[in-house]
Design a binder for this molecule. Structure first.
Ligand code: NDP
Length: 484
C-alpha cells in the first residue's frame, strides 16, 4: 500500500499542501521505517481551513436533518465497503494488528456515522404551553464550527466519533489528528466528499500541539472536542474557557477492574487480558489496576500466565498476529520507564518487562503482582501493556481503593453475585462500568469520564446535547401589558 498521502491537509474538498510547515515523518511502528511525510499546518493553512468551514456551515445547517443524515449514512456504507484497505492503513498508522483493526476501527467509525445519520432527522425542539394561551417553543440549533483534536490510539474512530454527531447537528468540523498518526483522517475526509458532503464541512489539518492550540484559541471556533491526556485537557479546556466555548474532553484513566472470588475464572482472565493488552494496552479506558480477591488470586495468576503464552506477537499486517508494537519509540520508552519504577518501588515482575529486539517498537505483555496503591504504576496512566495486580479481601475496602484516584473513566467488576455486581457499580466513580465484561463501546451507549477523566459524553443520544444548543422562542398571543 502507498502510505504517502497526496498532501498533508484536506480543505474545502481537496488536498492542500504547504511545505513551509514543520515536517512530520510518519513512522511504521512495526519496523521503525518512515512511510510518509506531512507538514504541520502554517497559519495560512489554519486560516484557509477556518474560512472554508465557516463559509460552508450555515447552508449545511439549513438542510433538513434527513438530508444531512443521508450523506452520513452514505459515508458509513463506503467505509464498510473499504474496511479492508482502511484497516491496513490504520495498522500502518498505529501498528495495531490487522486482526484488531479489521473489526474495531473503520467499522466503529461507520457505526457512528450510521447512528448519528439515523438520528439527524429526528432532532427537534419542543412545544411548551403557557398561561393565557401564550406558548414557547425550542429550536435545537447547531453550535457552528467545531474543532476535533485526536489522540493517536484510534485515529479513524476518533475522527468519526467527533465528526458524526457534529455534522448530524448541522456543524462544520476541523479535525487535527495526532502528529503520530496523521494518515487515517485524510481518508475519512476523501470519503465524506465522495458521499456528497459539501466542501468545507470536514477539513483536516495536520500539526503538532501548537496547531491544536491555535485552533482552540481562535474566536471563530464555537466548540472543541479533545481526546487526549489530562495535562493537554487542562490546557485546552482553559483556552476554550477564555472564549466561553463548548467543550467535550475525553481524557485519560487509571481504571479499576475488580475480580471477586466467585467470578468465572476463564471469563475474568479474558476480561483482564482484554482490559490490558488489546491495542497493546494503549486504550484510555483500560482496567490497569486489577484488584483480585484472595481466594481466586493463585488460580487467576496461573491461568493468566498460561493464556499470555498464547499471545502471537509479530507482523501486525499478518492476521494471525494478536499483539502488535507500541505506537512510537517515545511511547515505548515512556512505558519502559514505568516498568523500571515498578521494580524499583517493590512490585514483583511476574512476566514480561522487556523490549523485544528487532526493528519495531515491541514490548512484552507485562504483569506486576504485589502492587500497592501508593506505587507509581498503580497511580499513573501508563498507556501500554502493563497490568498491575493488587490484592484485596473486603468489598467495602476495594471500592474505596478503586475510587481513590483522580481519574474516573471506566471500571469493571467480575462476580457471579448479581446483587454485589450492582451494589459495587453503584459506588464506583466512573463514567462507564462493566459487569462481567470489559471495554465494550457500542455507539448507542454514552462514553466519557467522571472526575479528571473528562467533561461531556461521546456516542449515544447524549452526544447531541454536546454538539447543539437550544434556542427558546416565547410567543405572546394577546396584547402586551406594561407598567406605564
Ligand atoms: P496528548 O494529550 O499528548 O495529545 C492529544 C492531542 O492534543 C494531540 O493531537 C496533540 O497534538 C494535541 N495537543 C497537544 N497539546 C495541545 C495544546 N496545547 N492545544 C491543543 N492541542 C494540543 O495525548 P496522546 O495523543 O498522547 O494520547 C494519549 C492520551 O489520550 C492518553 O492520556 C489517553 O488516555 C487519552 N485518550 C483518551 C480517550 C478517551 O476517550 N477518554 C481515548 C483515547 C485516548 P500532538 O500529538 O501533535 O502533540
Amino acid at each position: 500500500m502507498d502510505t504517502q498521502p497526496k498532501a498533508s491537509h484536506f480543505i474545502h474538498g481537496a488536498y492542500v499542501e504547504d511545505n513551509n510547515g514543520t515536517p512530520i515523518d510518519v513512522i511504521y511502528p512495526a519496523t521503525g521505517a518512515v512511510i510518509g511525510r506531512v507538514y504541520s499546518a502554517t497559519p495560512e493553512i489554519i486560516e484557509q481551513a477556518i474560512v472554508s468551514a465557516k463559509s460552508a456551515q450555515s447552508a449545511w445547517a439549513k438542510l433538513s436533518g434527513t438530508e444531512r443524515g443521508r450523506i452520513l449514512r452514505r459515508a458509513a456504507d463506503i467505509i464498510r465497503e473499504r474496511n479492508y484497505d482502511l484497516s491496513v492503513l490504520e495498522t500502518y498508522d498505529t501498528g495495531k494488528p490487522l486482526s484488531e483493526t479489521l473489526c474495531a476501527d473503520a467499522t466503529s467509525a461507520a457505526d457512528a456515522l450510521e447512528y448519528f445519520g439515523g438520528l439527524a432527522g429526528s432532532l427537534t425542539g419542543e412545544h411548551i404551553p403557557l398561561a393565557d394561551g401564550n406558548w414557547a417553543y425550542t429550536r435545537r440549533e447547531a453550535l457552528g464550527l467545531c474543532v476535533g483534536i485526536g489522540a493517536w490510539n484510534y485515529p479513524t474512530q476518533i475522527a468519526c466519533w467527533k465528526a458524526a454527531p457534529a455534522l448530524a447537528c448541522g456543524n462544520a468540523m476541523i479535525f487535527k489528528p495526532s502528529e503520530t498518526t496523521p494518515l487515517c483522517a485524510l481518508k475519512i475526509a476523501e470519503i465524506f466528499v465522495e458521499a456528497g458532503l459539501p466542501a468545507g464541512l470536514y477539513n483536516v489539518v495536520q500539526g503538532l500541539g501548537e496547531v491544536g492550540a491555535a485552533l482552540v484559541s481562535d474566536p471563530r471556533i464555537d466548540k472543541v472536542s479533545l481526546t487526549g491526556s489530562v495535562p493537554t485537557g487542562r490546557k485546552v479546556y482553559a483556552a476554550a474557557a477564555a472564549g466561553m466555548k463548548h467543550v467535550t474532553m475525553e481524557l485519560g484513566g487509571k481504571s479499576p477492574l475488580i475480580i471477586f472470588d466467585d467470578a468465572d475464572l476463564e471469563n475474568c482472565v479474558s476480561g483482564a487480558i482484554l482490559a490490558n493488552f488489546y491495542s497493546t494496552g494503549q486504550i484510555c479506558s483500560n482496567g490497569t489496576r486489577v484488584f483480585v480477591q484472595a481466594g481466586i488470586k493463585d488460580a487467576f495468576l496461573k491461568r493468566l500466565c498460561e493464556r499470555l503464552d498464547n499471545a502471537v506477537i509479530g507482523d501486525p499486517q499478518d492476521e494471525a498476529t494478536n499483539f502488535g508494537p507500541m505506537v512510537s519509540l517515545r511511547q515505548l520508552e515512556s512505558v519502559l520507564g514505568f516498568i523500571k519504577k515498578g521494580e524499583e518501588e517493590g512490585a514483583r515482575l511476574l512476566t514480561g518487562g522487556n523490549r523485544i529486539s528487532g526493528g519495531g517498537f515491541y514490548l512484552q505483555p507485562t504483569v506486576f503482582t504485589e502492587v500497592t496503591d501508593d506505587m507509581s504504576i498503580a497511580r499513573e496512566e501508563i498507556f501500554g501493556p502493563v497490568m498491575s495486580v493488587l490484592d484485596f479481601t473486603d468489598e467495602a475496602d476495594v471500592i474505596a481503593r478503586a475510587n481513590a484516584t483522580e481519574f474516573g473513566l471506566a471500571a469493571g467488576v467480575f462476580t457471579t453475585d448479581l446483587s454485589r455486581a450492582h451494589r459495587v457499580t453503584d459506588e464506583l466513580q466512573s463514567g462507564t462500568c462493566f459487569i462481567n465484561s470489559y471495554n465494550d463501546a457500542p455507539v448507542e451507549v454514552p462514553f466519557g469520564g467522571m472526575k479528571m477523566s473528562g467533561v461531556g459524553r461521546e456516542n449515544s443520544k447524549e452526544a447531541i446535547s454536546h454538539y447543539s444548543q437550544l434556542k427558546s422562542v416565547f410567543v405572546r398571543m394577546g396584547d402586551m401589558e406594561s407598567p406605564f
